[in-house]
Write a protein that binds this ligand. Structure first.
Ligand SMILES: Nc1nc2c(ncn2[C@@H]2O[C@H](COP(=O)(O)OP(=O)(O)OP(=O)(O)O)[C@@H](O)[C@H]2O)c(=O)[nH]1
Length: 542
């Protein structure tokens, strides 16, 4: 390999090769970083002088030419210009151009990655490859039989099918969760995922191969543009996912500056118009972004964010995969297709883990919702239903009871001289009295009856299937039991009860409660610590 500053003509490059000016690539490094220079790569292909088949015929009965046919493939879809020169016996025998400045229709070999087929005659053929590109010079060269190349393409097709399939499923699932839950972080995660998917679809040459193969300009500019989208989506998602407003307030305050910085970068890219600058600047940002995400994930975790427990390992997996890919391309670890795909496997793990964490978040949100709904209906002091729960719980029973012509009853209960208890013993003792009275009533009513804390020292019992006598009997039992209670060794409490029943009247639920309230008023006026039944309405005459 040589890094050529002057733009050698192919023959001079060939001479340089013969004069030992090329550096041998012992480490199998395939990455040469950013350079606007031409990078020359040389391969020596030696074919035995014997013809392939000693008979001169192959299995199909065709005449075999002496020599071998091989496919040469550069496994990178973003290199702009790739010129290949074949020298045999000191002569330039073939020149071919591949690379992504060529439209798909003009390609000489039908494959997603730039490739060509060449018939190598017996003897030595020197293959010189010249690459010029604004993108990182990653140049993995493969050479093999057409069958081997097809097999490799098939393995790749399965791999990307599985990768894109998995990412699309995660995308759709999270978009659906967003529409269901209306939580921003689901849609931001989906956009982050989509940005990676499109970015990958572009830089692996799938987009060029399937969609915009006739517009090389789109292919070259989409890469930096989508990388930019991926970075922006990553930043926005991280801020929202880690709930920066709560767990990282200082970062949250800076978020406008971060977004402004990204916009300035996009503007410079557009105005400056250099693809090389765009790619280089963003690769730097992409690396910084991973470290930044890891760091703030860690801080959010330290500040008590439960979701950061998933976030940090997820980003570590994505970054780890990307590191394996770069180490392999730089020859630090042995290069292989799988090592090169480290970034994709890492990101798939990252995305899956993030998706699981959002599922976990979904569960948390649901639980919080249920607990909020429950606590909205429960009185925290007595643990009884509050007045708010009344309509929700009693109305359906009331309607059903009416239809079945059942007798239903209401007991309205008010503690006597409760203000005095508070004044004499303190508010906390008053609370204890309320708690104990509530427990006592609860223990006595049937499970089909509903008990509410109706107001400060007022309770309501709804009996869904009881006539006036049953209701009065229960009321009297409750009155007696509470009157016998002694709270905190010295406090005695009594209560007054108003009872009303619905049978044989066209009364509404509100009307029934009003009747019970009037009965309670009578009980209070009648000296307290007693039960009064609301007067029964006259039976309609037929
Ligand atoms: N400790 C405590 N007191 C409460 C609570 N809710 C309401 N109260 C008190 O209950 C008292 C009710 O007083 P009143 O409406 O005058 O009734 P009362 O003293 O029971 O007199 P009668 O109902 O006429 O027998 C008020 O002093 C309220 O402050 C509570 O949750 N805890």
């Amino acid at each position: 390999m040589i890094n050529d500053r002057v733009g050698l003509p192919p023959r001079d490059a060939y001479k340089a090769l013969l004069n030992g000016k090329f550096t041998p690539n012992h480490t199998r490094q395939v990455s040469f970083g950013f350079t606007s220079n031409e990078v020359w790569i040389a391969l020596s292909i030696r074919v035995p002088t014997l013809p392939l088949s000693p008979t001169g015929f192959n299995a199909n009965g065709d005449v075999t030419l002496p020599g071998v046919a091989r496919v040469l493939k550069i496994d990178n879809a973003w290199l702009d210009t790739i010129d290949i020169f074949f020298f045999a016996s000191g002569e330039l025998v073939r020149k071919a151009s591949i690379g992504d400045t060529q439209t798909i229709g003009n390609r000489i070999y039908n494959s997603r990655m730039p490739a060509l087929e060449h018939h190598f005659p017996p003897g030595i053929t020197e293959v010189l490859i010249r690459v010029v590109s604004a993108d990182p010079m990653t140049i993995p060269v493969y050479i093999g039989t057409p069958a081997q190349m097809e097999k490799q393409a098939l393995v790749n097709a399965y791999f990307y099918g599985a990768l894109y399939g998995a990412l699309i499923i995660l995308f759709v699932y999270n978009v659906m969760l967003f529409f269901y839950l209306k939580e921003r972080r689901y849609i931001l995660y989906s956009l982050y995922l989509l940005a990676f998917l499109l970015f990958n679809f572009t830089y692996t040459g799938h987009g060029y191969w399937w969609v915009w193969g006739n517009v090389p300009y789109v292919q070259q500019w989409l890469m930096p543009a989508l990388m930019f989208c991926y970075i922006s989506a990553g930043v926005t998602f991280t801020i929202s996912y880690l709930d920066a407003k709560v767990y990282l307030p200082r970062l949250y305050a800076l978020r406008s500056s971060i977004y402004a910085g990204l916009s300035v970068l996009a503007a410079i890219m557009l105005v400056y118009g250099s693809q090389a600058f765009a790619v280089m600047a963003q690769l730097v940002i992409l690396t910084t972004l991973s470290i930044w995400m890891l760091l703030i994930g860690f801080f959010a975790y330290k500040n008590g964010n439960v979701l950061a427990k998933f976030f940090v390992p997820a980003i570590a997996l994505g970054t780890g995969g990307a590191t394996i890919s770069s180490l392999a391309t730089w020859g630090v670890i042995p290069y292989s297709q799988w090592a090169f795909r480290g970034i994709e496997i890492g990101i798939l793990c990252e995305m899956s883990l993030l998706s699981i964490s959002l599922g976990f978040n979904f569960k948390q949100v649901q639980e919080a919702k249920v607990s909020a709904e429950t606590s909205a209906r429960i009185d925290p002091l007595t643990n009884l239903y509050n007045r708010r729960a009344f309509t929700q719980l009693v109305h359906p029973l009331w309607e059903l009871g009416k239809r079945n012509q059942q007798s239903m009853a209401v007991l309205l209960i008010d503690l006597d001289w409760f203000k005095q208890i508070n004044d004499d013993f303190g508010h906390h003792v008053g609370d204890k009295v309320l708690e104990m009275v509530a427990q006592r009533i609860k223990a006595r009513v049937r499970s089909s009856d509903l008990l509410f804390r109706w107001g400060g020292e007022e309770f309501l019992v709804f009996l869904s299937n009881a006539d006036i006598n049953e209701a009065l009997s229960l009321a009297e039992t409750l009155r007696r039991e509470v009157a016998q209670m002694i709270v905190l060794k010295s406090v005695k409490v009594t209560m007054s009860l108003g009872v009303a029943s619905s049978l044989a009247s066209n009364i509404t639920l509100e009307g029934l409660i009003k009747q019970a309230d009037e009965a309670l008023y009578m009980a209070k006026n009648g000296g307290r610590n007693c039960v009064v039944a609301a007067p029964m309405p006259p039976t309609p005459k037929h």
